[in-house]
Design a protein around this ligand. Structure first.
Ligand SMILES: Cc1cc2nc3c(=O)[nH]c(=O)nc-3n(C[C@H](O)[C@H](O)[C@H](O)COP(=O)(O)OP(=O)(O)OC[C@H]3O[C@@H](n4cnc5c(N)ncnc54)[C@H](O)[C@@H]3O)c2cc1C
Length: 485
């Protein structure tokens, strides 16, 4: 058998993570990207979403370190820091401020550009991989026998023609804008069906330079998140990134798009449910324009149910399933799928025509939890476009109960955070112990609401921020030193 070659379309998170795994099974891996990659942690045209807040989930941090050993150390060298989200980050939920506690979960404070540049740097050290920049894939080469994908098409010079790159396996990692369904159609293959759950959301974001001196009594040194209630226009997520730069994203649902004119964007901050972000911004300097993004929705391309499919072709990352970014799952989901590809390649030979089907089926199972936590949760809104079966309505009712119980019950709170960070399965929220606590929490909340109504209290009152807990004071350098030791 000749040298075996895998081609990956797209050199972002899912392309690099998949390429890393493929390098263990194929003689050569070629990653093609239409973009020019910057040397450092700069913006690039191919991923416009990078201009908006990107948070890497705890599970994602663990998986990227496993896939790209040395990733964390490199990130620290480029200015990334770590924090404990439930201790150092203020979160105002619809029901009030999230109580503070030490989770011992390590969260990365770094921009998407920095995270991607670290992954790319470690990837480039793999001997049998090649990254071809400024190379736009324009089609798939499909041969007979199955059908089977045998390569990709790229433009050939200035003649307007196309040249092909042969491959034993083609991996589509070209993101949510993937044109693979169209290419498959052009090759005479019916593309997979897709499910779209659209909460009609939009983002507007801006960068700020942080103050030289952080007020001593502001314990929320890693950032603040003001989540929306049903009657609010937008929510705001303000995060510390490397070199004391701060990233602020306003997001709105149901076509309540946040303003993109600088004056309106800044003006809105003082009308949020809490003044905390407006006060933080007052100490900072804006260092970018306001960017906007409305390409936000959940989309699942059902390659796992695709018949007859196409051997030699798989889709991964956002090209397979795209999540509403409010839940910050995309980068982590890409790493999880890449790890799963390794499991499948250990079981199926690289030339086995069953590999794509087996991989897509396994990928569907592993993406179930993130999908429920994103699309499933978005379906609680009356305005979200998508099917709302009874099971989804019950799921959201239960989640509401979890949110209420989590306020007064540290065990529920911890489980919820760990599930949202994908370090525990969603099924853990349905364990008998948790379900009993949710029932008790719901009962207490019902009584509290009844008594508030009898006393004519306004439900819109926002409680004061949780005080700094002296015994739980965090050491900002603690995780960083541990990572370097
Ligand atoms: C506004 C917004 C905010 C987000 N926030 C978060 C967050 O907080 N946390 C999180 O984990 N995720 C977040 N995401 C999701 C995250 O950006 C993606 O899940 C992540 O980038 C992984 O995607 P990917 O590698 O599959 O695709 P992408 O990152 O989109 O990369 C696709 C790559 O393919 C290349 N490409 C495309 N077409 C071609 C072609 N024809 N030929 C060659 N190359 C091609 C592109 O240049 C690009 O490099 C957010 C997304 C959006 C839209």
């Amino acid at each position: 058998m000749g040298r075996r070659h895998a081609v990956v379309i797209g050199g972002s998170f899912s392309g690099l993570a998949a390429g890393r795994v493929l390098s263990e099974f194929f003689d050569h891996v070629t990653v093609l990207d239409r973009d020019t990659f910057p040397e450092g942690s700069q913006d690039r045209a191919g991923v416009p979403q990078a201009r908006h807040v990107h948070g890497l989930l705890v599970r994602g941090l663990i998986e990227y370190e496993k896939l790209f050993p040395g990733f964390e150390r490199l990130a620290i060298g480029k200015g990334a820091t770590f924090h404990d989200h439930t201790l150092d980050f203020a979160v105002l939920r619809p029901q009030g401020w999230q109580p503070r506690y030490r989770s011992d979960l390590k969260f990365l404070s770094a921009s998407r550009e920095l995270i991607e540049s670290c992954v790319r740097e470690v990837f480039r050290q793999i001997p049998n991989v090649e990254v071809r920049q400024r190379t736009t894939v324009t089609g798939l080469r499909v041969g007979p026998g199955g059908p089977r994908c045998v390569g990709v098409l790229i433009p050939a010079g200035s003649s307007g023609g196309r040249e092909d790159i042969e491959a034993d396996l083609v991996v589509d990692a070209s993101g949510s804008v993937s044109r693979a369904p169209l290419w498959l159609q052009q090759a005479g293959i019916t593309p997979p069906r897709e499910t779209i759950v659209d909460p009609l959301a939009g983002y507007a974001s801006r960068w700020f330079q942080g103050p030289a001196q952080w007020p001593a009594d502001w314990w929320w040194w890693a950032g603040a998140y003001i989540r929306r209630r049903p009657d609010d226009l937008v929510e705001a997520n303000f995060q510390l990134k490397e070199h004391n730069r701060w990233h602020l994203t306003l997001s709105g649902f149901n076509r309540q798009y946040p303003p993109t004119r600088e004056r309106d964007f800044m003006g809105l901050l003082s009308r949020l449910r809490s003044p905390v972000i407006a006060e933080m911004v007052r100490l900072m300097e804006p260092i970018s324009p306001v960017y906007s993004n409305r390409a936000i929705r959940n989309r699942w391309r059902h390659y796992e149910r695709w018949n007859p499919g196409c051997s030699g072709f798989i889709a991964i990352g956002d090209a397979y399933v795209t999540y509403n970014p409010v839940y910050a799952q995309g980068m982590t989901a890409a790493a999880l799928s890449a790890q799963l590809l390794r499991t499948c390649l250990n079981r199926y030979d690289t030339s086995n025509p069953e590999l794509p089907r087996a991989f897509h089926l396994a990928q569907a199972a592993i993406q179930h939890d993130p999908w429920m936590l994103s699309a499933g949760v978005d379906l609680r809104f009356p305005f979200t476009a998508g099917e709302k079966p009874l099971a989804i309505r019950l799921f959201n009712l239960y989640l509401e109960g979890i949110g209420i119980a989590a306020r007064g019950d540290s065990s529920v709170r911890r489980t919820l955070v760990e599930v949202a960070q994908l370090v525990r399965p969603l099924s853990d929220l349905f364990q008998t112990g948790i379900a009993a606590r949710v029932a008790v929490g719901a009962l207490k909340e019902g009584l509290r609401r009844l008594s508030a109504r009898l006393r004519n209290e306004s439900p819109a009152r926002i409680p004061a921020m949780p005080p700094p807990v002296v015994s739980a004071r965090t050491d900002p350098g603690e995780f960083t030193r541990a990572a370097l030791s």
